[in-house]
Write a protein that binds this ligand. Structure first.
Ligand code: NAD
Ligand code: IPM
Ligand code: MN
Length: 350
């Protein structure tokens, strides 16, 4: 029997409600595939910050470095500034463990209506650059409180950082439907995104079997709404990938269903699996958070750990349950709860 050690970081808000669902599914499907999970749970969160002054301990990364993977719920709570909670936990993990690919698949499931008329088949993956780009600490605030007050924020795009994520995206497109779209804004941003475009053009020549195009982010958002079915792999910078993944998830039925894998493709460090959504303070504590994103994360983690059949079973069970009109949470138009959906899914995978 294979045993994997998983670091669980439930975090804040609905992160604490959806992570137990993912864990229960892992245990159930693992039992039938000869896979066991040992969990170490970490209370790293805004509650910890308010209590102890830090989202995680100073040696936090060392405490999870030896785990096979990290499963994270969500971070963020009203009362703690978002840049404090995210730069105190989520972003150091992504960067410290060189999780430079953020993989965000989305599809329209049968039985789950897209809010868009005629959305048809949507089956795409956003490959988001995850450790540089617009998310940077370089910059500053000047002249606070004066009429000349200003903020400056530098974006960082490096050849090595962009091309390694392009490699991942082109290779993924070659394994899927052979179609890649690059998100850009080189008509308005004069240094970084023209550089991004040059690198995409250079890298595309290495992948002659992948058809590709480049779209400005504004037009791309419109096309995502008007013809979402045309996309296969979309590669984008950190910020563009962030925005596109919520948009794509909403087009496919709701952001509660979308998973993310923060991957360190070299496997030098643990990869981290977390739903695309946040801590949803507006519904936290009500027991109605949609657990599909977190459960799909569990499937992505199974795949990453070398159990593709178990992963496919979990994804298949989500599809079966939705197609059968089983329980669903209010964000999907149902009256179900986190627990009722999870119970129904456990019956399919146990
Ligand atoms: P959010 O994703 O938390 O919520 C946006 C909307 O979607 C809300 O109306 C919420 O109720 C709904 N929603 C989200 N997930 C849902 C689910 N599983 N089931 C049903 N409805 C769901 O985004 P936000 O409001 O911008 O952010 C709230 C907090 O979460 C902030 O502090 C933000 O910084 C943080 N955040 C954290 C992460 C993360 O830890 N990975 C990701 C995004 C946002
Ligand atoms: C996500 C989130 C985070 C991001 C925030 C909370 C920093 O929106 O994982 O999509 O932008 O990366
Ligand atoms: Mn986001």
């Amino acid at each position: 029997m294979t045993t994997h050690r998983i670091a669980l970081i439930p975090g804040d808000g609905i992160g604490r409600e959806v992570l137990p669902a993912a864990r229960a599914v892992l245990d159930a499907v693992g039992a039938r595939h000869g896979v066991r999970f040992g969990y170490d749970e970490f209370d790293w969160s805004c509650a910890r910050y308010l209590d102890q002054g830090a989202m995680m301990p100073a040696d936090g990364l060392d405490r999870v470095r030896g785990h096979d993977a990290i499963l994270l719920g969500a971070v963020g709570e009203p009362g703690v500034p978002d840049h404090v909670s995210l730069w105190g936990l989520l972003i150091p993990l992504r960067r410290g463990f060189a999780q430079y690919v953020n993989l965000r698949p989305i599809r329209v499931f049968e039985g789950l209506d897209s809010p868009l008329r005629g959305a048809g088949t949507v089956d795409l993956v956003v490959v988001r650059e995850n450790v540089e780009g617009e998310y940077s600490e370089i910059g500053g605030r000047l002249n606070r409180g004066f009429p000349t007050e200003m903020a400056v924020q530098e974006a960082v795009f490096t050849r090595a950082g962009v091309t390694r994520v392009l490699d991942y995206a082109f290779e993924l497109a070659a394994r899927r439907r052979g179609r890649l779209t690059s998100a850009t804004k080189s008509n308005g941003i004069v240094h970084t995104l023209p550089f991004w475009d040059e690198l995409v053009t250079e890298w595309a020549a290495r992948y002659p079997d992948v058809g590709w195009d480049s779209e400005h982010i504004d037009a791309l958002c419109a096309k995502m709404v008007l013809e979402p079915g045309r996309f296969d792999v979309i590669v984008g910078s950190n910020l563009f990938g962030d925005i596109l993944s919520d948009l794509a998830a909403a087009v496919a039925g709701g952001i509660g269903i979308a998973p993310a894998a923060n991957l360190n493709p070299e496997r030098e460090f643990p990869s981290m699996f977390e739903p695309v959504h946040g801590s949803a303070p507006d519904i936290a504590g009500k027991g109605v958070a949609n657990p599909i994103g977190a459960i799909w994360c569990a499937a992505m983690m199974l795949d990453h750990l070398g159990h593709p059949e178990a992963a496919a079973e979990v994804e298949g069970a989500i599809a079966t349950l939705l197609a059968a009109g089983g329980p669903r949470t209010p964000d999907l138009g149902g009256t179900g709860t986190t627990v009722s959906f999870t119970r129904a899914l456990l019956e399919l995978v146990s």
